[in-house]
Design a protein around this ligand. Sequence first.
Ligand code: RNT
Ligand code: ZN
Length: 421
Amino acid sequence: MSEETRTRKGYEYALEVYGALGIDVEAALQAADALPVSMHCWQGDDVGGFDGADSLTGGIAVTGNYPGKARNFEELTRDITFALSLIPGARKLNLHASYAVREGRKVDRDGYTLREFEPWVAFAKDQGLGLDFNPTFFSHPMMDGDLSLSSPDEGKRRFWVEHGKRCREIGQGFARALGQPCVVNFWMPDGTKDTCVNTQAFRARMGASLDEIFADRDGLQLAPCALESKLFGVGVESFTVVSHEYALGYAIKNGLTACLDTGHFHPTEAVSMKVSAVMNFVDSMLLHISRPVRWDSDHVVALDEELQRIMDEIIWNNLQDRVFIGLDFFDASINRVAAWAIGMRNARKAILGALLAPARQLREAEAAGDYTRRLALLEERKTLPLGAVWDYYCLRHGIPEDGAWLPRVKAYEQSELGKRV
Ligand code: RNT
Ligand code: ZN
C-alpha cells in the first residue's frame, strides 16, 4: 500500500469514528488551519540576535551546542523557510528587536526604525507571514545589571524607555506593511538575585517607564501591546519586578494584552487553568507556549496534557479571536529546525485535537451533573484517531506527514547546516 493510500484509508476510518460522535471533521480541519500560530525566530540561533551581543543576559539560558546554528540573517531566514515547509496552517513569525539588520549602520536599540527590519518585512511578504515583535531588554551594554526599565540609573532607564517606544512604532509599521495586527510583547528581566528591601521603588520606576511607553494610545489596534510576567530568572531569583500580579494588574488597568508564558509560574500552576479567568478582565491575551521541565527550562513544546488543555480552553470557550498563540522555547542540544517543526506541529495538532473533541457531549454531561460520563468522555477522547486526521491534513496541504518530515531535516542537516563550522 502506498503511503498516500494508507493515509486516505486512515482518514476514512477517522471520519466514521468522529462521525458517530457527531463531529464535523472537515469543519474542524478548516478551523484548525486558519488559526495563526506565531513561530519565534530565536530558536534558530539560541536567542543570539544580530545586534552585537556575545552572551545571553537577563536570567535566561540556552544549553547545548548542536552544530548548525544560524549566524546571520541569510542563514536564519533560510532555516525558517525550510522549517515552514514542514509546518502546516496559518503562521506568523515572532521577531525580537535584537534581530535588527543594521548593515553596518551605527544605530542602537533606542534608535531602531522600520528600516532595520525592512529585510524581515520583505521576507514575511514573500512567505505570506504576519509578524509579531518584541523589544529586547537584555543582552546589551545599556542594561544596568539585570535592570532595564526599572533602573535607578536615569540615563539607562531613558535608553530603555526609548527602545520601548521605537518597538511600538516598528510593530505598527509591520502591521501596516503586512495588513494584519502585530503583537508587541514586553518582557523585562528586571529583578534582584537576593532579597530586595525596597521593592516598591523598583515597581514605581517600572510603572513610570511603562506609562511613558504606553502614553500614546494610538496604534494599539494595529499593534496590541502585551506585558509578560515572570516568576524568576537565573541569577534573579529573589525578586521579579514584573511579577504575575504586577503584569496582570498593569495590563488590566491600562488596556494592554496579558502575556502568559507557560514556564513562568510555580511548577504546579497550569496556565490552562488561568486562560478563562484572565480573559474575564482583558480584551486579549498572548500565550508564550513553552515546556518547563522542573523550572522555566524552555524545552521544545510537546504534545502533552497541558498543551491540549490550553487549546481546549481556547477553543471550547470560543476565545480564539482574542487569544494570540505564540511559542517560546530554545533548545540548542538538538537540531534547531527540527525543534521548530516539532513544537509548531504539536501546537497545531493540539488545536486540531480541541476542535475534534466531543465538546457537545462533554458539556451536556457537565450540565446534567453527570461527572462520571464527563470523565469517561475526557479519557476516551485521548485515543480518538487524531493522528489519522492529522496525516490527511498534512497530505492535503503538501506538508510531510509524521514520519516523513524528519528525513528531510536530516538531508538539510547534511546539505546546509553541516557547512556551518
Ligand atoms: C523569558 C521570556 C521571554 C523570552 C523571549 C526570548 O523568560 O519568556 O519571552 O523567552 O523574549
Ligand atoms: Zn516568554
